[in-house]
Design a protein around this ligand. Structure first.
Ligand code: NAD
Length: 455
């Protein structure tokens, strides 16, 4: 097996080498998962819950070194990485409550008793991206295991390290061999093999819309269940009656967090024209003050991009003649740095406003009326997250209902909570993660009819 050289994006140095899995390793992992499934699904619910809680404890015990590993490998600020590892622990604890609460129904019918059961699917293939490596893995692994499935997890080739640690921690925590398997290898080989594999019942994928489209098509051959968490180009709608200082202070982390490599990035800032100047004036110091630098330094707010290729792709959205209104700092020297950049004013159909940049570039798009704001917000192939800033409660709810998106916040730019559903409308995806909804995507409903009056 050849090796994957894992690069630290802040230094461009190789930080680790791990064996590169191929199709054979995927087949072996699926076979292990398939063999482990009958015993795992039969584990008593309270015992499965205890094992998931033990795994959460094991992750918590390694919280700081996992945060440092993720910060180095994904180039994210250590403070953010600590928060993410906290969410991983919380996610396993949340779904540890599920095995004993996977309830069916009894349905009134003639001649007998009818009941439903939520059955595990079997072996599920989980394919995750590099931007929130362990966090997004936990959103899939925890509900999948809680529902009684066995898992083959494929991390992104750029960031395999935390997933490989998770595999070891699961065994240490007492999960039976074969229940959680990790294959670190290229998407076009390992991911594709998982998608094609006849013994894999479902693919849960997070990544780009383009790859997601191929996965949906590939999975159709074996009628696999598929959930997709894809790209976004979310709108942050700021009305003139909002608390402008609060909206301007909250806007930069919502698009420059994780160096903009965030599917939820509110990268289209729609601002009512009558307050455009005031908003930009308040935004400027907030963007220029972002501390960009070494991910391991306390106080760093933005790290590098994940790779040279990603930096090149991001730079293509900021050509020489781009309307750069605000530009923050970025270090020189090694590392895939790109400064926080605000383009203003931008038309909603400009390439930078229409496509997911996945880097620290925000587009400010002026609008006139509420109707205009809703039309512009919806004029996108995506619909993942979004925000509305206004002092008018009725307007906030009206606009929240009118925008076609999976998650929207009012006077806040947050999207993700362990206990609430997250996922996309339109080309941002299919299905929901987190909250109780995720469990439905890792189970099938079985209906059982028991004749009590002679069949
Ligand atoms: P990507 O689509 O290139 O890769 C994602 C994963 O799919 C990786 O593990 C990759 O190896 C694998 N893959 C690649 N080609 C494959 C194939 N042919 N068959 C099967 N698997 C394959 O995405 P990325 O560049 O790692 O991540 C960035 C994208 O992820 C962005 O578009 C972003 O919006 C999206 N994303 C979405 C969410 C969400 O919840 N909606 C969250 C994070 C990231």
């Amino acid at each position: 097996m050849s090796a994957i050289e894992v690069v630290e994006p802040a230094t461009e140095r190789v930080m680790a080498e791990v064996p590169r899995a191929g199709a054979e390793e995927v087949d072996a992992a699926v076979a292990r998962a398939k063999a482990a499934f009958p015993a795992w699904r039969a584990v008593a619910p309270a015992e499965r819950a205890r094992l998931l809680r033990d795994l959460a404890d094991a992750i918590e015990a390694r919280h700081e070194d996992l945060a440092r590993l993720e910060a180095r490998n994904a180039g994210k600020p250590i403070g953010d990485a600590r928060g993410e590892m906290g969410m991983v622990v919380e996610t396993f604890r949340y779904y540890a409550g599920a095995p004993e609460r996977l309830l069916g129904q009894t349905i009134p019918v003639a001649g007998g008793v009818d009941m439903t059961f939520r059955e595990p699917l079997g072996v599920v293939g989980l394919i995750v991206p590099w931007n929130f490596p362990l966090t997004i893995a936990s959103w899939k692994v925890a509900p999948a295991l809680a529902a009684g499935n066995c898992v083959v997890l494929k991390p992104a080739e750029l960031t395999p390290l935390s997933a490989l640690e998770l595999e070891v921690l699961a065994l240490d925590a007492g999960l039976p061999e074969g229940v959680l398997n990790v294959v670190a290898g290229p998407g076009s080989v390992c991911g594709q093999r998982l998608v094609e594999h006849p013994d894999v019942a479902k693919i849960a994928f997070t990544g780009s819309t383009e790859v997601g489209r191929g996965i949906a098509a590939g999975a159709a051959r074996t009628i696999k269940r598929v959930t997709l968490e894809l790209g976004g180009k979310s709108a942050n709608v700021v009305f003139a009656d909002a608390d402008l200082e609060a909206a301007a202070a909250a806007a930069p982390p919502a698009v420059f967090g994780n160096a903009g490599q965030d599917c939820c990035a509110r990268s289209r800032i729609l601002v009512q024209r009558s307050c455009l100047e005031d908003f930009l004036a308040a935004l400027q110091p907030a963007v220029e003050g972002i501390a960009v630098g070494d991910p391991l330094e306390e106080g760093t707010q933005m790290g590098p991009l994940i790779s040279a290729g990603q930096r090149e792709a991001v730079a293509s959205y900021v050509p020489e003649d781009a309307p750069v209104a605000i530009r923050g700092d970025a270090p020189d020297g090694p590392g895939y740095w790109f400064p926080p950049t605000v383009l203003a004013p931008v038309a909603n159909d400009d390439r930078a406003a229409a496509e997911e940049i996945f880097g620290p570039v925000a587009c400010v798009i002026p609008f006139d009326s509420e109707e205009d704001a809703v039309r512009l917000a919806n004029d996108s192939v995506y619909g993942l997250s979004g925000s509305i800033w206004t002092g008018d409660g009725a307007r906030a709810l009206r606009v929240a209902r009118a925008i076609d998106t999976g998650a929207i916040s009012i006077n806040s730019n947050t999207s993700v909570r362990v206990s609430t559903p997250f996922g996309g409308f339109k080309q941002s995806g299919v299905g929901r993660e987190l909250g109780p909804d995720a469990l439905e995507h890792y189970t099938d409903v079985k209906n059982v009819y028991y004749a009590t009056e002679g069949g």
